[in-house]
Design a protein around this ligand. Structure first.
Ligand code: ADP
Length: 518
């Protein structure tokens, strides 16, 4: 079977060998074993179902949420002589019917369908009459409410699969899935644990970097000036911010475009086209831009604001360097981004359990902005990889500043958290350590604690940042939803006992700043 697969690979796509993961996924599918395939962006997920589609009798249904991508994929397949079509809301009623009846006659090898179609009554009944050998689910994380892009219409897919008289093979593909999401995908499609093929998430050509404590605008202008001819995306958290940056950068003589959901469809389509065809090098956008954008030469993705979680960040940042060339993924962190993201979660219509999960993910995102260890490794650990090695080229791996021993300060913070019985959040802990004279502290008798004021040479803000560092390095954990409390993590015990040292890059400012902006 795999010989035939290789032959099809060569004949239709002109490639000599499969990439890591592709062969495993394809051979499982050809053996009729349902599979979850997890591969990084650009890893070659499409071929994982396109090759089996060519070898199987009948038709392969591809469920894809991306209307723009569907057309591109179908055009690309037609170009190499493979019969394919798509069905989505861009078609008229009669076009849809024509395509469906052609599909029922077995004209196509692949039919791409938007998941919303499955909710149109009667649609699934038409599919039942087709000879479907394989159902491929693209962006399969959309089925999980624990993922970052839950789409309720995906929930209709398992029922659709069950309705065929002869159950087709199933392959679910994604580039972003935490262990929890992977399990969810498996369970919803009834795929056994052995059916997961993951090639890892690492993207070696991406250089991650977090920029903190400097003006984001100054950094951005400087970066864009230095990289004038390089295609890139600047993501901002809100439409307002996109408009402001767009105006500011344009005023500074930089040719940039913008994209967000508040613009007319025409404006958006124009920006997207210009960017795709290199008429516009830099696009400033909200996260409305990008799903399914297949531009391979994006040299940098800068996040002007911190996104809400690592999954969203990795997917957006991962739009850089799909061609395998070195590219930058830079996150500009400012503490107020945390407030904004909390506000978004608060305002959402998620139920309480989901909100709690979102807050937890946000904490891990904040940890990314404060860790001093390898950024790529931090992301890989988040996605469940054990002991990933350092990438050697991210901002942290390249940070050669000497490490300072901050054990004593760490012990002060950790003992304060302990004294407070792990019942207070970061702000309160920082206040106690800084010796803030506030009525609230006095009324709670916190000013009588032995740890009260033991770090008064630092501002509350500096202490807060140090707590963020200790959290990112897993000495502390934040527990609970919108107002999490600080608790000791396992790693903190040897530090408290004086058995382990804590090292931090750069210098801890000992003197109080003139302006206390905490
Ligand atoms: P993904 O959907 O995982 O992001 P794609 O399916 O779009 O990735 O593939 C990314 C690129 O890699 C495409 O240009 C594709 O033609 C190419 N590609 C896929 N498989 C192979 C292979 N076996 N050999 C060489 N190139 C490949």
């Amino acid at each position: 079977m795999m010989d035939a697969a290789l032959q099809a690979l060569k004949q239709y796509f002109g490639y000599d060998r499969f990439r890591t993961g592709q062969d495993q996924i394809i051979s499982r599918i050809l053996n009729g074993q349902d599979t979850v395939g997890i591969m990084p962006t650009g890893g070659g997920k499409s071929l994982c179902y396109q090759i089996p589609a060519l070898l199987f009798p009948g038709v392969t249904l591809v469920i894809s949420p991306l209307i723009s991508l569907m057309k591109d994929q179908v055009d690309a397949l037609k170009d190499v002589g493979i019969q394919a079509t798509f069905i989505n809301s861009s078609l008229t009623f009669s076009e849809t019917n024509e395509r469906l009846s052609a599909a029922a006659q077995g004209i196509y090898k692949l039919v791409y369908i938007a998941p919303e179609r499955l909710e149109v009554s009667g649609f699934v009944r038409i599919l039942e009459h087709m000879h479907v050998s394989l159902v491929a689910i693209d962006e399969a994380h959309c089925i999980s409410q624990w993922g970052h892009d839950f789409r309720p219409s995906y929930r209709a897919i398992p029922a659709m699969i069950d309705r065929f008289a002869r159950r087709p093979a199933v392959v679910a593909l994604t580039a972003t899935a935490t262990p929890r999401v992977t399990t969810d995908i498996r369970k919803l499609f009834g795929i056994e644990a052995e059916g997961v093929v993951a090639t890892g998430f690492a993207r070696d050509n991406l250089n991650f970097q977090v920029v903190r404590g400097q003006s984001a605008d100054v950094f951005l202008l400087d970066y864009l000036r230095k990289n004038r001819d390089q295609p890139g995306i600047v993501y901002a958290a809100t439409r307002k911010e996109v408009d402001r940056l767009y105006a500011r950068l344009t005023q500074q003589g930089l040719a940039v475009g913008r994209y967000h959901a508040g613009l007319s469809e025409k404006e958006r389509a124009a920006s997207q086209e210009q960017f795709l065809y290199d008429d516009l090098t830099v696009l400033v956008a909200t996260n409305a831009f990008g799903m399914g954008i297949n531009k391979s030469n994006v040299r940098f993705v800068i996040h002007y604001n911190m996104p809400r979680n690592i999954e969203a960040y990795y997917q957006e940042a991962g739009r850089a360097g799909r061609d395998g060339e070195k590219s930058d993924c830079i996150l500009l962190f400012a503490p107020q981004d945390i407030r904004l993201q909390k506000f978004f979660i608060d305002q959402s219509d998620m139920d309480e359990t989901l909100k709690q999960a979102e807050y937890h993910k946000l904490e891990q995102m904040i940890g990314y902005c404060h860790t001093e260890t390898c950024l790529q490794a931090y992301i890989l650990r988040y996605f469940g990889e054990r002991n990933p090695s350092g990438c050697g080229h991210c901002g942290n791996c390249l940070d050669t500043r000497e490490k300072t021993d901050v054990t004593v300060n760490a012990q002060k913070v950790l003992s304060c958290v302990k004294r407070l019985r792990e019942r207070y959040g970061k702000i309160m802990v920082a206040k106690v350590l800084a010796g803030a004279s506030e009525q609230k502290l006095r009324s709670l008798h916190l000013d009588r604690l032995p740890t009260y004021g033991i770090m008064k040479e630092q501002t509350q803000k500096q202490i807060g940042e140090f707590i963020d560092f200790l959290t990112a390095e897993q000495y502390l954990v934040q527990q609970g939803g919108a107002y999490p409390v600080l608790a000791l993590a396992e790693r903190s015990l040897p530090v408290l006992k004086g058995e382990a040292r804590v090292l931090k890059k750069g210098h801890i400012r000992a003197e109080r700043l003139a302006v206390d902006d905490a």
